[in-house]
Design a protein around this ligand. Sequence first.
Ligand code: FDA
Ligand code: NAD
Length: 434
Amino acid sequence: MAEKSFKYIILGGGVSAGYAAKEFASQGVKPGELAVISKEAVAPYERPALSKGYLFPEGAARLPGFHCCVGSGGEKLLPESYKQKGIELILRTEIVKADLAAKSLVSAAGDVFKYETLIIATGSTVLRLTDFGVKGADSKNILYLREIDDADKVVEAIQAKKGGKAVVVGGGYIGLELSAALRINNFDVTMVFPEPWCMPRLFTADIAAFYETYYTNKGVKIIKGTVASGFTAHPNGEVNEVQLKDGRSLEADIVIVGVGAKPLTALFKGQVEEDKGGIKTDAFFKTSVPDVYAVGDVATFPLKMYGDMRRVEHVDHSRKSAEQAVKAIKAAEGGGAVEEYDYLPFFYSRSFDLSWQFYGDNVGDSVLFGDSNPSNPKPRFGAYWVQDGKVVGAFMEGGSGDENKALAKVAKARPAAESLDDLTKEGISFAAKI
Ligand code: FDA
Ligand code: NAD
């Protein structure tokens, strides 16, 4: 069994890892100082592509087209770029044991990796229906989507079951993006989720009503208020039917499940302080253990503008937290410091011809503005959230670049709002004048 030592190890090979590597490279690392260890077989890539361009029936996105850091307009780190920059990219290597006191990691093959500084960037994994004991949930063609291997299985199933029936379990990000992707691939799609409207952790009932009608107009059937309670399969093991808790059943050639994710923190249980399900960090992504940082989906960090601790499962934060951690590490080595992380939450999604962005916090009362008629060819509408008389969150479907910048500004500035009626009337021009 090999033992290797590095000054810095980034554990994980996803979005945060890619952006952390880019930041190390731009500050300069000596050959052999930095390793990126990933259980995936490919170099870090922009994960959001997997539920969008990767599934297009024509002109689909493929690697190396979306390696990090193209998503933020940065340099694309091709697999060979790591070596050129003196970074050791260790792929297909799952770490199964971490000893933070001994500063060592052990892989499934038994190799030992020693470090001086560790950045934990293990991200999240999907919740599985088998974890909840749903009968038949291990049938073939019941698929999840997290990594590129999963996306390849989805592509394979789409090709094998062309024009068939698909059931999408879950009404969140994966549910909405995958229902659209399957519909674009000509599947007969039914979405099932337990809540009264889709994407309840962000959308208000009004916002959701737009997307649900738009999806229905595109031919997606939506079943709300129930869950998949069991599956039956053909004799060859492939799923053929989904049973719902409300007694209905649906034929299915493919089932896509998107019922949430959980941060991958198990390796460090009992060794590091946790908070809100993630690894607790300070504003520099330093954990409670010296020389150990945590970034991206796994980090529960102080969200300065709201004065509380948050965990964010979105790509913008995974990029920025990684950059912040590396900047903090490098600055500390030179005896300096960087500013505290002052993050403005930013989420987005794209499906069909739709594209929305959200900035800030979705708390308090909300108002809709603009044209939210789903039958219009170019819908363009938005929403504000108002708490204690201040606008704290802003959302827009179909906004231009300038309008989206205005949303960000308003969510950051948190200006006072005279009344909800005025906000509805003023619409995006309220944000534009901030
Ligand atoms: P990420 O999951 O990217 O990377 C974790 C890495 O660690 C993986 O390479 C994994 O294999 C590796 N790893 C884990 N445990 C390991 C171990 N023990 N040993 C070795 N390697 C290990 N967000 C958004 O804002 N807009 C969007 O449109 C989308 N779209 C989207 C689509 C899909 C399909 C998914 C799954 C997610 C999104 N997201 C998103 C969310 C966004 O992609 C996510 O928040 C970031 O990828 C998180 O980055 P991390 O680096 O923290 O984890
Ligand atoms: P999610 O939390 O967005 O949505 C999960 C949905 O499944 C919720 O509507 C939930 O109520 C529903 N659900 C829970 N149990 C269910 C059950 N038994 N049957 C049916 N529905 C059930 O999670 P997700 O969509 O699975 O996404 C996984 C991860 O990927 C998240 O971290 C998410 O942020 C990330 N992601 C983000 C984007 C984006 O930002 N555009 C896109 C894709 C994925």
